[in-house]
Design a protein around this ligand. Structure first.
Ligand code: ZN
Length: 605
């Protein structure tokens, strides 16, 4: 059909920044003979939750040859326009006040949008090329604003307003756009221009951030052998008081981080917050290959009108989470000690929560839409994170392949084969693709390993596998509510008993946010949401919990006063011994030598 080749024209104007509304005009040259349908995605790739972006379309109207034509809304995200000869012009207003990486935002300081929030898809013309006019808002306040996006330029200068181009709707919505007075740093990786654009008030040491991000990117390109085909790559970073998140795209990523995570010129050693930020850059850049090009077959193409389930998010998020921190130590941005600390923290996170015995990684992936993305007070008891446990499974798989092949192959080889044998020939992964490659590399059947540790729910063989690369895994009890593990800590601070839950500050006492399965709180009948007021007549707070409990012994009973909603309740809680669920890792005497081929990537070459 020739009509499929006619471009769809969009014009987007950050029209009323003070009201947080964009005006969008969509022109369809050849509307369907039976009347054109248009729709807006219910979700954005990379973030597996129904978000119903159409709820932010405030008003929508259609016209043809200056005549208004009828529009019917068919469901929450689909509109039907009456028959017209064309061109059909649809005008709408989009409310944008979501400062996340997933949607759209607009105020007098900047504009940001994902295409999934602002560009209507034209039914049966989704493969048509798209042209987008990005228009500067009117007023002196906006005279210095620039545009940062990896959409292809058609008639726009670098970082300029004007016309951009995309080959089809799928491409159109995979290039987020930032507009404002961002700080900019440009560099090159593998001959391809890269840039970091930072929005928000900040005083970052931009040269340092740029240097660190550049070596992280170079290390990943070296591992995969090449960068996917692109003209340039862009990191869009928004800094706020508090927040953390990222979303991957084919030639860019949107990142949100707290201001304190940025490096500054007085910083000598990288802070934990800065290392987290570099881990986020590393994570999203790795996705450029792994999930943007290497994809589960269920995502080819994406169905953006409803949930798309896959058993493989553990592979896409878990393997990526494994390589994000590994990339930091391999590129020399963090020390091997710091890397062991990060691994110890990840292990702690997983082994503290009983949900890991109830949900496997493929189940966690499949149920992401309703469980991982919609967590509640019972989540630690019911689910496991395909990110964190997925990263530990990836670690085990890497060490297992190294063991089975006498260090001749590794997970790096699996990734390179996924890139060349799947992504480059546009072939999606099935549930067994990774297992098949691992079996070929190892020259043996690996079904038992995958059945036990991937499809099963028993704990991963971390102690044995880490010992082979010179690392001893230690477990201890926690030291405080803030103790995330990773460090040996002071033995005098190790807890004697565990209440079996997590807590938050509350004006009246201490609030139970989570009560673990079979923990002391649960056995006493105390639930998430309860506010504990006193133990044996002494007032409780989150800060004094440990000191109040200090004089007691295992087996002692505490009489607890608490509020459940507005009802005063009394409970008897028996103190039980703390479980050793906090992990730290230590090098064996000759450990660093044993780990050399694994951690020091350049030594492999
Ligand atoms: Zn990710």
């Amino acid at each position: 059909m020739t009509s499929a080749l006619m471009p769809i024209y969009y014009r987007i104007i950050p029209d009323r920044p003070e009201a947080h509304t964009y005006k969008v005009v969509c022109t369809i040259s050849q509307p369907a003979a039976e009347g054109q349908r248009v729709w807006l995605p219910a979700w954005i790739p990379g973030s597996y939750m129904i978000r119903d972006f159409a709820k932010n379309i405030i008003s929508l109207s259609a016209s043809c040859n200056h005549q208004r034509i009828a529009v019917d809304k068919l469901d929450k995200q689909t509109w039907q326009c009456a028959v017209c000869a064309g061109p059909l012009i649809i005008e709408y207003e989009v409310y944008a006040w979501d400062l996340s990486v997933r949607a759209a935002h607009l105020d007098i300081t900047h504009a940001y949008f994902n295409g999934t929030s602002v560009f209507l898809a034209v039914t049966d013309q989704e493969n048509s090329p798209c042209e987008v006019d990005i228009v500067r808002p009117v007023g002196p306040r906006y005279a210095t604003w620039r545009v940062a996006t990896t959409l292809s330029h058609k008639a726009a200068a670098d970082y300029g307003f004007g016309t951009y181009h995309a080959a089809n709707y799928d491409e159109l919505i995979d290039h987020p756009v930032e507009i404002g007075d961002f700080a900019l740093s440009e560099f090159s990786v593998a001959g391809t221009p890269h840039a970091i654009a930072i929005t928000g008030r900040q005083q970052a040491d931009l040269p340092r951030l740029t240097r660190d991000v550049q070596v992280i990117c170079e290390q990943q390109v070296q591992m995969f052998g090449e960068l996917p085909d692109m003209d340039r790559y862009l990191f869009l970073l928004t800094v706020i008081d508090n927040g953390f998140g990222g979303l991957e795209h084919r030639a860019s990523t949107s990142l949100l981080a707290s201001r304190k995570s940025l490096p500054h010129t007085n910083m000598t050693q990288p802070t934990d917050d800065y290392i987290n930020l570099l881990g986020l850059f590393s994570h999203e850049y790795f996705h450029t290959w792994h999930v943007k090009q290497i994809k589960p077959q269920e995502f080819i193409p994406y169905n953006l009108q409803r949930e798309v389930h896959t058993h493989l998010l553990w592979a896409f998020e878990g393997i990526t989470s494994y390589y994000d921190d590994l990339g930091l130590v391999r590129s020399g941005v963090i020390s091997t000690e710091k890397y062991l600390e990060l691994l110890g923290k990840a292990i702690t996170k997983v082994i503290r929560e009983p949900g890991r015995f109830k949900q496997s990684l493929p189940e966690s992936s499949f149920e992401a839409w309703t469980k991982y993305y919609k967590q509640d007070e019972n989540s630690p008891n019911a689910i496991v994170s395909y990110y964190v446990k997925g990263s530990l499974f990836a670690l085990c798989l890497d060490l297992y392949i190294r063991q089975q092949t006498h260090q001749c192959a590794s997970l790096d080889d699996v990734m390179r084969r996924l890139w060349t044998e799947f992504a480059k020939v546009n072939r999606g992964l099935s549930d067994d693709s990774i297992k098949t490659i691992v079996a070929e590399l190892c020259g043996k059947n690996v079904d038992t390993f995958f059945q036990t540790y991937l499809e099963g729910t028993q704990d991963l063989p971390l102690t044995e596998l880490l010992a082979q690369v010179g690392i001893d895994l230690h477990l201890r009890t926690t030291m405080s509510e803030e103790d995330l593990g990773g460090k040996e800590g002071d033995k005098k601070e190790y807890s004697i008993f565990s209440l079996g839950g997590r807590f938050a500050n509350d004006a009246a006492g201490v609030k139970v946010t989570h009560a673990y399965d079979n923990g002391a709180l649960q056995h006493a009948g105390i639930s998430a949401g309860d506010v504990l007021l006193a133990a044996n007549g002494i007032k409780l707070s989150k800060d004094n919990l440990r000191t109040v409990l200090a004089p007691y012994r295992i087996g002692d009973r505490l009489h607890i006063h608490a509020f459940r909603r507005d009802e005063l309740m009394e409970f008897d809680l028996t103190l039980v011994s703390a479980e050793a669920t906090t992990c730290y890792l230590k090098w064996q005497t000759d450990g660093r030598e044993k780990a050399k081929t694994w951690i020091a990537y350049k030594d492999q070459k």
